[in-house]
Design a binder for this molecule. Structure first.
Ligand SMILES: Cc1cn([C@H]2C[C@H](O)[C@@H](COP(=O)(O)OP(=O)(O)O[C@H]3O[C@@H](C)C(=O)[C@@H](O)[C@H]3O)O2)c(=O)[nH]c1=O
Length: 189
């Protein structure tokens, strides 16, 4: 059983899978193509990723792959906790440049679905945070792109100061939003 919750950007969805709890612990189906199609998520996932993060205050993002390797993502947390962020970069979208920020932790059995046309990133809220996500297009280094995580134009309330954040050199060098030309167009459903 999967329950779907809406967010401030209709195409970004949050799901809770029910858990069967017994003396051993719990069992849950975290992805069933059939159930996801029933709730309108038809992405054909082709790759599973995991990221392990040693420290709280680690930032990864904001990332996307350009067409023809654009990726929808289905993100969940196996241990620790994150603030997960999806920024709408679909030109012409009623929510262009707006974002959804959602706390995900290992206990809440929530997942977030982020469609193609969004930049994605997260900040760890605890040490030893293990994140896993499915994507519906293969990794392509040539199509990697991103936006600077703390660009004030995006007004994301990150739970870490810029000076204290732990991030890759690549992410620290990502371009800001002011001169950004998105490769995505909004397509009404
Ligand atoms: C994303 C990715 C990276 N790699 C390689 C490239 C590099 O050598 C190493 C680490 O890559 P990165 O530094 O880009 O990893 P990371 O910063 O964790 O990138 C990820 O961030 C989150 C927020 C996302 O949304 C993902 O789509 C992805 O962009 O792994 C792959 O082989 N396959 C992949 O799918």
């Amino acid at each position: 059983m999967i329950e779907i919750h809406s967010t401030s950007i209709p195409e970004v969805k949050v799901m809770t899978s029910s858990r069967a709890i017994d003396g051993r612990g719990f069992f849950a189906e975290t992805y069933s193509r059939r159930d996801f199609i029933e709730i309108g998520i038809t992405a054909d996932f082709v790759q599973d990723n995991e990221s392990w993060n040693s420290a709280a205050g680690t930032i990864r993002g904001l990332h996307f792959q350009r067409p023809d390797f654009a990726q929808a993502k289905l993100v969940r947390v196996l241990s620790g906790a994150i603030l997960d962020v999806a920024v709408d970069i679909r030109v012409g979208s009623p929510t262009y440049a707006q974002h959804v920020a959602l706390e995900l932790d290992a206990a809440d059995n929530k997942q977030i679905f982020i469609p193609r046309g969004f930049a994605h990133g997260f900040c760890t809220l605890a040490p030893a945070t293990h994140v896993t996500y499915k994507v519906d297009a293969y990794y392509s280094e040539a199509h990697e792109s991103g936006l600077l995580w703390n660009d004030p134009n995006l007004a994301i309330k990150w739970p870490v100061d810029s000076a204290a954040a732990i991030l890759s050199e690549k992410d620290a060098d990502l371009p800001g939003f002011a001169a950004f030309e998105s490769p995505f167009m909004f397509e009404a459903a």
